[in-house]
Design a binder for this molecule. Sequence first.
Ligand SMILES: Cc1cc2nc3c(=O)[nH]c(=O)nc-3n(C[C@H](O)[C@H](O)[C@H](O)COP(=O)(O)OP(=O)(O)OC[C@H]3O[C@@H](n4cnc5c(N)ncnc54)[C@H](O)[C@@H]3O)c2cc1C
Length: 466
Amino acid sequence: MTAAARRALADAVHRPYWLDRPERPDPLPPLTGADSADLAVVGGGYSGLWTALLAKQADPGRDVVVLEAGTCGWAASGRNGGFCAASLTHGSANGAALFPDEIVTLERLGRANLDDIGATVDRYDIDCDFRRTGELTVAVEPYQLAGIADDAALAARLGHPGILLDRDALRAEIDSPTYLGGFWDTDGVAMLDPARLAWGLRRVCLDLGVRIHEHTRVTGLHRDRAALRLRTPHGRLRADRVALATNAFPPLLRRLRHYLVPVYDYALMTEPLSPAQLAAVGWHNRQGISDAANQFHYYRRTADDRILFGGYDAVYHAGGRMTPALEHRTVTFVRLAEHFRATFPQFDGVRFSHTWGGVIDTCTRFCAFHGTAYDGRLAYSAGFTGLGVGATRFGARVMLDLLAGADTELTRLALVRDRPVPFPPEPLRTAVIQLTRRSMARADANEGRRDAWLRTLDRLGLGFDS
Ligand SMILES: Cc1cc2nc3c(=O)[nH]c(=O)nc-3n(C[C@H](O)[C@H](O)[C@H](O)COP(=O)(O)OP(=O)(O)OC[C@H]3O[C@@H](n4cnc5c(N)ncnc54)[C@H](O)[C@@H]3O)c2cc1C
């Protein structure tokens, strides 16, 4: 199997497929010299771009500047799986466990957020292959069927549509010999082309008058009387308000380091499949798919009928190390290629064109937290833990409400007011994360049985996820 996986990977280039296309925009000039703005947004991924876009929509006269260390969308936003979920809480089950009194409201806000993303894509003609096909969660081990049934029951309780599929019905929809049953959340997830969404949001921001500086890393932040001053390698910016949208990268606000760890997630992209190859599997409804293990895979079809296959390994490096070299992990790519072949033996001989990795901002409760600093002049939203394609737009709205000092439905939420439990400091941090990962792998190999450590974390509402 390993030899076949290696053969399938032999010609793959190591860069994110989504970013490796000719429509990638040319970079915008960096900030040079001294400048000022009403609102400075640090980071040009979805979080930053949505913040700038929504700020301009609300007040076209507001002077908004985005400062991006690389190019907009180069990081997680341009290299993810493209599952754009309504859930603001890394799944309804996690939300119901963490915020039982608020879950109905959170689900309503999440569905409205997804509707609004779709409406923005339509309104500004963002060509990002947005399709509300839903997501199928599949059981690949018998013990996972109970969890799938629980998902279906929770969806019904929350009034969401969805279809519980037994093995035969599921395999009629998508034929994998590994499938035992599944739940199709038919409305709560849209599948999209992630880089094209980022590039589209960037274009809309520019059209609305947002000023964007790329290759402009903010290296320092300090108070300057009634404003904040941002330092960059070749310039400085004085801003009345600052939105921090830097995801897993070392935060400019030191206190955030306690709550966030950078976790590497990996993916493969196949070459385009022929209609005959696809006919052997079905998958006409183009749902996103993930399995119900702790170490889960996620996979989807693209507009040009490739298959993206990712997940399983979620890797934390001691000390929170982040370097471009860590985006390449042969052992993970080979493992994913083997798992792909086991999932779809019909695709024997299909080769991969791209392999890549990227960083997600894991926090202990798996869903974003928010807050302010510098007397409300700075707001942040971080901790999306691998489910930020949709939730970042909500985080952007929260940051703008916080920066306005407004008392709104959003700022009153426990989701917004409460912080996650911090990670312990190093070297304990690495030890605890590795212990948790090992326990999760053991549970997957052991019919889902959770050991004493995982049960303790469950009781405390804590964990490690991607
Ligand atoms: C492989 C992979 C697969 C994923 N799959 C999914 C999925 O299918 N569905 C889903 O919902 N989520 C998924 N995610 C997560 C999702 O991509 C993120 O939650 C989301 O893109 C976060 O957006 P962001 O703008 O907060 O972060 P990013 O896109 O990481 O943007 C942060 C930006 O801040 C910039 N920056 C950092 N520091 C500074 C500084 N000091 N000065 C200036 N700029 C700075 C960075 O250069 C970067 O561009 C995945 C992530 C990865 C890596």
